[in-house]
Design a protein around this ligand. Structure first.
Ligand code: SF4
Length: 230
């Protein structure tokens, strides 16, 4: 770990000591449903709809008995009709294949409709206490700008972060980066001038890295150059 990476992690820890999930859930089923709904939607919006969803469909068995058409009006404001179908179908699979209990391994979770690696990692980390680093758009952007990763894909970013960050801090570090991405290191206009991490940030002095597309291009070029050097 470089000096800057060490300083960045210490800085994130100091900035966001209470960072935690902003979605509301209280068991693995609720975590799963809320996280499926949160894809390309704000946590605040999801938190508005989930109380009624959890009231009327309190567990996987209740959800499995309904239809996507019945669920859709509850979750319409979270976008994408497919989310309602994924939730109902995931719960049917949970009932049919896992005895009504949300499974607790990455392999099993990612078999469920609508559940990718990021959603599965959120469920593992926050419902089963399994250390994980779910890489969403904020974590991907912030980790690469700060120099905690140097990757073109979320999978590679996840792998590099898991190598760099002590396992005991994985879940918390994921929250630090989400908080920083939402509050300071915005996608289009990061607030670099007011950012406490600027002295150690790899992107801070590279204007082209602040533009997400240019960031990816820049990293691809750097990679190509390194490969050419052998
Ligand atoms: S200095 Fe700018 S690019 Fe770096 S983490 Fe802070 S806001 Fe993001």
């Amino acid at each position: 770990m470089t000096k800057d990476q060490k300083a960045v992690l210490a800085g994130l820890r100091a900035l966001y000591p209470d960072a935690g999930p902003e979605l509301h859930f209280s068991n693995p089923y609720e975590t799963l449903v809320a996280t499926i709904l949160a894809a390309q939607c704000t946590d605040a919006r999801v938190n508005q709809v989930t109380p009624a969803v959890f009231r009327d469909f309190p567990d996987p068995r209740a959800m499995a008995k309904t239809t996507p058409e019945t669920l859709y009006p509850y979750v319409k404001s979270c976008g994408f009709k497919s989310k309602a179908a994924n939730i109902v179908n995931a719960c049917r699979m949970i009932v049919d294949e896992y005895g009504g209990e949300v499974p607790c391994t990455l392999e099993e979770l990612t078999r469920l409709p609508g559940v990718g690696r990021k959603t599965a990692n959120v469920v593992l980390a926050f419902s089963f206490g399994v250390p994980a680093i779910p890489v969403d758009t904020h974590v991907f952007r912030v980790a690469n700008r700060l120099g905690l990763a140097d990757a073109l894909t979320v999978e590679e970013t996840e792998r590099q972060l898991m190598e760099l960050i002590p396992r005991k801090d994985w879940s918390q570090a994921h929250h630090w980066m989400i908080f920083h991405g939402r509050r300071v290191c915005h996608s289009q206009k990061p607030s670099c001038e007011g950012c406490a991490l600027k002295p150690h940030c790899k992107a801070a002095h590279m204007d082209e890295m602040i533009n997400p597309k240019a960031e990816a291009k820049k990293r691809a070029q750097a990679r190509k150059a390194r490969a050419a050097e052998g």
